[in-house]
Ligand binder design. Structure first.
Ligand SMILES: *Cc1c(COP(=O)(O)O)cnc(C)c1O
Length: 394
């Protein structure tokens, strides 16, 4: 079996599992309780906060734990929108290929009187900082641009965009769920005001994440209740999950440089191998992409059939994001980089990590070549293309 869907979720590391179980067994107190086991849970929680903060160059009190990336995105955007509205600023800038946690929140805000500008991401899947600058208006309260895209893996010029926002006095949020634990991040140097992350994308548990909010950027709570998380998020803290997430993040940060070099080399071999398939194209910039991301479109096939046949061969991949699979709409990300519907339907995302071996890479290349040519064998779309009744695009 080859697991090549690490952008959808990752396997928990042994250390994260160990920490989680140990907290569940030994430090099960409520961090708000005053007796010793509660206070020990509180210490575990605060140590995790300090650990998470130090990986991204933040201070512990700038970290709020959430139930994951989606909640962090919602809270960051809602908070910035509220701060903006209080000053009569109701314009938000984002990009066309954000995660749905961002896009759907922006849609809601658009229904509540906010105006949203979605910038293009161009053929290479990268936002142009100059276009961010040109889109900023007197009434802009927030720019939200993802650090790295979850489908095509392209890395955005975050530092430049942050610097523009800083100089214009506009808050800058980044959905860094795909980047944290995989790319070096320093919220100060990168000029970031708000940042979302999720434990299960870097070998931590599912259902836990965090939101960084720079000192002075006031978060509003999405959940009413107790005074946990300095009243920014009510509810008894998920101490085992939070501790395990922090353990996973520390590990990822420590091994990042080495893991990234190994993974990049294998990624590039995989890209080279799949590029031998006729009428296929890599999605997104070949260099400015996550170390483990390979995303292709193949003409004349259906991504879903491709996935099922690869699964038969023990290879787990994805076509577009996990959230879009199951629906017939092609991925908004692929449409945003200019893929037409038919081509966007024939997409394949393979997200590898440092544990994907060289042999795995060769097996994936062989399997994808076989399956693509098998499927094209009885595809009417492919027949039209080969008979010249339709024109090749790729
Ligand atoms: C996975 C993902 C999310 C959602 O995170 P959850 O913890 O699953 O809610 C948000 N943004 C991006 C870019 C992601 O990849």
């Amino acid at each position: 079996m080859i697991y090549a869907d690490n952008a959808a979720t990752t396997k928990m590391s042994n250390e994260a599992v160990r920490v989680m179980v140990s907290v569940m067994e030994e430090t099960y107190g409520n961090p708000s309780s005053l007796y010793s086991i509660g206070q020990r849970a509180k210490e575990v929680l605060e140590q995790a906060r300090a650990d998470v903060a130090s990986v991204i160059g933040a201070e512990a009190k700038e970290i709020t734990f959430t139930s994951g990336g989606s909640e962090a995105d919602n809270q960051a955007i809602r908070s910035a929108a509220l701060l903006g509205a209080a000053k009569g600023k109701k314009h938000i800038i984002s990009s066309a290929f954000e995660h749905h946690a961002v896009l759907h929140t922006l849609n809601k805000l658009a229904g509540e009187g906010f105006e949203v500008t979605l910038l293009p991401v161009h053929e290479n899947g990268i936002v142009v900082p100059k276009e961010v600058e040109e889109a900023i208006r007197e009434d802009t309260c927030l720019v939200t641009i993802m650090f790295a895209n979850n489908e095509i893996g392209t890395i955005q010029p975050i530092r430049e965009i942050g610097s523009i926002c800083r100089s214009k006095g506009v808050l800058f949020h980044t959905d860094a769920v795909q980047a944290v634990g995989h790319l070096p991040i320093n919220v100060t140097e990168d000029n970031i005001d708000l940042l979302s992350a999720s434990g299960h994308k870097f070998h931590g548990p599912k259902g836990v994440g965090f939101l960084y909010a720079r000192k002075g950027v006031r978060l509003s709570s999405l959940i009413e209740g107790g005074a946990q998380e300095r009243s920014k998020r009510a509810g008894t803290e998920n101490v085992p999950g939070i501790a395990a997430m922090a353990a996973a993040l520390k590990e990822s940060a420590a091994s990042m440089e080495k893991a990234s070099a190994v993974t990049k080399a294998r990624r590039d071999r995989l890209i080279a191998g799949l590029s031998e398939i006729p009428h296929a194209a890599l999605n997104g910039d070949p260099d400015r992409r996550l170390p483990g991301n390979v995303s292709f479109c193949f003409e004349g096939i259906e991504g879903e059939s491709l996935l099922l046949l690869l699964d038969d061969k023990g290879i787990m991949a994805s076509s577009g994001s996990a959230c879009t699979s199951g629906s017939l709409d092609p991925s908004h990300v692929l449409l945003a980089i200019g893929r037409v519907h038919d081509v966007a339907h024939g997409s394949l995302r393979l997200t590898i990590n440092e544990e994907t071996s060289d042999a795995d890479i060769e097996s994936i290349i062989t399997a994808v070549k076989e399956v693509v040519s098998y499927l094209r064998g009885f595809s009417p779309v492919w027949r039209d293309l080969t008979e010249g009744k339709a024109k090749h695009i790729l």
